[in-house]
Design a protein around this ligand. Structure first.
Ligand code: ZN
Length: 46
Protein backbone atom coordinates (compact mmCIF):
# COMPACT_ATOMS: atom_id res chain seq x y z
CA UNK A 1 0.00 0.00 0.00
CA UNK A 2 1.62 3.20 -1.17
CA UNK A 3 -0.11 6.50 -0.73
CA UNK A 4 0.70 9.26 -3.16
CA UNK A 5 2.56 12.06 -1.48
CA UNK A 6 0.85 15.40 -2.03
CA UNK A 7 3.03 18.21 -3.29
CA UNK A 8 3.75 20.46 -0.36
CA UNK A 9 6.57 22.55 -1.75
CA UNK A 10 9.10 24.05 0.61
CA UNK A 11 8.66 24.32 4.35
CA UNK A 12 8.85 27.92 5.47
CA UNK A 13 8.55 30.14 8.50
CA UNK A 14 6.55 33.33 8.05
CA UNK A 15 8.75 36.38 8.37
CA UNK A 16 5.86 38.29 9.94
CA UNK A 17 4.17 35.89 12.37
CA UNK A 18 6.63 32.98 12.48
CA UNK A 19 3.98 30.46 11.45
CA UNK A 20 5.36 27.34 9.86
CA UNK A 21 3.81 26.32 6.58
CA UNK A 22 4.49 24.79 3.20
CA UNK A 23 4.54 27.10 0.20
CA UNK A 24 2.99 24.48 -2.14
CA UNK A 25 5.46 25.69 -4.78
CA UNK A 26 3.33 28.77 -5.35
CA UNK A 27 4.81 32.14 -6.14
CA UNK A 28 4.64 34.55 -4.53
CA UNK A 29 4.67 32.73 -1.24
CA UNK A 30 1.96 34.04 1.06
CA UNK A 31 1.53 33.09 4.70
CA UNK A 32 -1.75 31.20 5.21
CA UNK A 33 -2.16 32.72 8.67
CA UNK A 34 -1.45 36.41 8.26
CA UNK A 35 -1.30 36.72 4.49
CA UNK A 36 2.12 38.32 4.59
CA UNK A 37 4.01 37.91 1.36
CA UNK A 38 7.27 36.15 2.01
CA UNK A 39 10.32 37.76 0.56
CA UNK A 40 13.88 36.66 0.88
CA UNK A 41 15.01 33.30 2.12
CA UNK A 42 12.56 31.87 4.62
CA UNK A 43 12.91 28.27 3.56
CA UNK A 44 13.75 25.75 6.21
CA UNK A 45 16.51 23.36 5.38
CA UNK A 46 16.23 20.33 7.52
ZN1 ZN B 1 2.38 34.95 8.80
Amino acid sequence: MTKPVPPVGTKRICSACAAKFYDLDKRPVVCPKCAAEQTGSTAIVS
